[in-house]
Each structure stands twice: as C-alpha cells, then as structure tokens.
Design a protein around this ligand. Sequence first.
Ligand code: PEP
Length: 251
Amino acid sequence: MRSKLVAGNWKMHGGMAQNQDLLGAIVAGTAALRNAGFAVCVPYPYLAQTQTLLRDTPIQWGAQNVSQYDKGAYTGEVSAAMLMDFGCRYAIAGHSERRALYGEDSRTVALKFKATQAAGLIPILCVGETLDQREAGITEQVVAEQLDAIIESAGINALVQSVLAYEPVWAIGTGKTATPSQAQDVHAFIRDRIAAHSPEVAAGLKILYGGSVKANNAEELFAMPDIDGGLIGGASLVADEFIAICRAANN
Ligand code: PEP
C-alpha cells in the first residue's frame, strides 16, 4: 500500500514574514495527520528559514530545481550537495516551467535527476503534455518520451528512490484541472510503462498529480487508484487550502 504525499511548490513566491506565518499554520494544521507525508519546495533563499522552522516537525522540504553539476564555474547554479546542507529531502526535476522557460530538455532533466539522487535527495520528476499535444492525441507519446529519457539514463531501479508527478501543462496555474479519470488514465499509463520493466518498482512508486489542485477537487483526484497525492502550486501558498489538501490525502 503506497502512502500519499502532498508537496507544495511555492514557485517564485514568498518573503520572510509571510513564510513564517504560512509554515507555522501548516505545521499546526497538519499536526494530527499521520497517514500521509507533506513537504514544501521553497525558493533557495528561504531554505535556511524553512529548515529552522520545520526541522522538528514531520513536514519535509526541498528545492524547485537543482544543477546537474557537482561544482564549478556555473554562475547562479545550486548543487544537490548544497541542498543537502540545508536539510532538503526533495528537489523537483523537470518542472514544465523549467522545460518551457529555461530550455531544459529531457537529457538535462535526466542529468539533474541523477545528480539529485547521487547527493542523497529524492527527485520529484515532472512529466506532462501541453494542450496542443493533448489535442493532437499524443499525450501518452510525450509522457513516455519524458519518462524513457530517465529510465534509459538512470536505470529502472533509480525510480525506487524517486517520486513522479504527472502535471498536464494546460492545467498548471490555469484553474483547469484534469478530471479524475483523465488524470487516472495517464497515471495508469505511466505505472504500466514502468511495470513493463519492473512490476515491483511500478507498484511502489508514488505518482503525484499536479495542475490546479485545490481544496475542492483534491479528494476526488486522490481517490483514484494510481494517484498518490499531489504537487501543489498556487494552493500551497494559502494555508487553509494547503491544509485542506493535506487532509484529503490523509483520509
Ligand atoms: C505546479 O507548480 O507544479 C502546479 C501544479 O501549479 P498549480 O497547482 O498552481 O497549477
């Protein structure tokens, strides 16, 4: 039985005072929830603050991106080892905003995935199709290519120490959520594709759904058999929304 995970992706939002209030509220609001895991992926400058505020709580934290390199002349980059220094558990790899806005292709994402794991972190690997790709009927092909790039580069067993997030690009930040059955179809496709390599890896892998998950749709999404929680953008910035989503995963 896979336990559920809810991870917030703050994107480029936050501020010292605001974070303190938000994290304090999340800690208090999730204190009684024992059946699921919770995490927040914050901007790099707030990792130290997040570590201080969450270190004695069950909530874990992580980054939204990571360099594919260990160290060197890579101005502006942050390595996975540096994230470990701040107690991170997770790093998101291949978020669609990084693929689209910063030109990260599947090869680069695979390198980031491997660098994350090599340092002892758990990558949250994002895959998903654009609206054009969905309308062209190539959702599965797109998701398969994104997934296969990781399997070919890191090997199927690398997925054991990872989390996947299916995030249809057309649903991210748009208020348009995939219906539970649309999401379930793609989650099942992903799990089947992995099962073709290793049924054990597929059975144990957490596959989160991301794309306009809110308090009012989380429960029906999380009720789907292959949806193991959520990667939450906008709603992770609103304490009551995020806590309600965590509660839905805990049920
Ligand atoms: C995300 O940033 O990964 C995301 C799913 O955003 P939102 O929940 O705002 O659609």
